[in-house]
Design a protein around this ligand. Structure first.
Ligand SMILES: NC(=O)c1ccc[n+]([C@@H]2O[C@H](COP(=O)([O-])OP(=O)(O)OC[C@H]3O[C@@H](n4cnc5c(N)ncnc54)[C@H](OP(=O)(O)O)[C@@H]3O)[C@@H](O)[C@H]2O)c1
Length: 246
């Protein structure tokens, strides 16, 4: 994937890592479209990064995903990059939460069903472009789950698995399938209480772009590389370490 000259849809591009991607990809001369549920946040992002296009939708709702795909085909038929970044997390003890099941459905719909559906909807458009890429955003927790996030870990591990298969099945169509696995990043996601080891979004996205430049299909950002090896060498130790983080 080239770093410039693309038309990119970044889901959840109005906050945190997505917003930083919006800034860095815009600076590299790309047309950037972002979507999210909150119109105010989208307008704020557009004010911060003039020239981007915004679209309000709730990706957890199937009809919103269908409308988004139609809007893209009508307004940005040159779309050649899809970044599935939007996600939510519930911090809970699933066994004690009376709403655990409802929350799980929401997380699965947002973090897993939506990326799969968007890929399905936008593949015909992506196939028409001379070069195209799909980037799925996951986490080091695909290797070792954090007990704070019972469903989130599972949705991202499933997206990791799906991405590996998609990369094989899509051949010989030249659409690049890239997964970016982030470590803890200091974003609004952590509600002001990110663990001390969190890196800044600027660093996280700069490393992601470096990985793209180096043609990596699985970009393990920062500490994720260490966790990848640790989980293979000493899985129980890795599990303990991940769950000792504050
Ligand atoms: N922060 C970390 O430590 C960390 C670590 C590893 C991986 N990641 C991954 O990085 C990605 C971005 O995380 P972040 O920290 O930047 O999170 P964030 O600051 O909370 O941003 C999440 C974005 O997703 C959008 N979003 C959430 N639900 C949506 C829905 N149903 N429909 C449309 N948009 C929706 C939000 O906008 P609205 O609220 O307006 O909808 C927001 O723009 C996620 O995939 C996350 O799993 C984060």
């Amino acid at each position: 994937m080239q770093l410039s000259g693309n038309t990119i849809l970044i889901t959840g591009g109005s906050s945190g890592i997505g917003l930083e991607m919006t800034k860095q990809f815009s600076a590299f001369n790309n047309t950037v479209i972002i979507c999210g549920r909150n119109k105010e946040t989208l307008l704020q992002a557009q004010w911060e990064v003039p020239g981007i296009h915004i679209y309000t939708c709730d990706l957890a709702i199937e009809s919103d995903r269908l409308k988004l795909a139609t809007w893209i085909a009508d307004n940005h038929p040159q779309l050649n990059v899809l970044i599935n970044n939007a996600a939510i997390v519930h911090r809970e003890n699933f066994t004690k939460d009376p709403f655990g099941y409802e929350k799980a459905l929401k997380e699965i719909e947002t973090n897993l069903t939506a990326p799969i559906h968007l890929i399905h909807l936008l593949l015909p458009l992506l196939r028409k472009q001379s070069s195209a890429a799909i980037l799925n955003i996951t986490t080091g927790l695909v290797y070792t789950p954090r007990t704070l996030y019972p469903i989130y870990n599972a949705t991202k591990a499933a997206l990791h698995s799906f991405t590996q298969v998609l990369r094989e099945q899509i051949k010989p169509v030249p659409i690049e399938i890239i997964e970016v696995l982030f470590p803890v990043v200091n974003t609004p996601w952590h509600k002001g209480a990110a663990p001390r080891i969190a890196i800044q979004p600027q660093e996280a996205v700069a490393k992601m772009l470096k990985g793209i430049e180096n043609n990596k299909a699985e970009i393990r950002v920062g500490a994720v590389q260490l966790l990848y090896f640790l989980q293979r060498l000493a899985p129980r130790f890795a599990f303990k370490k991940i769950n000792q983080l504050p």
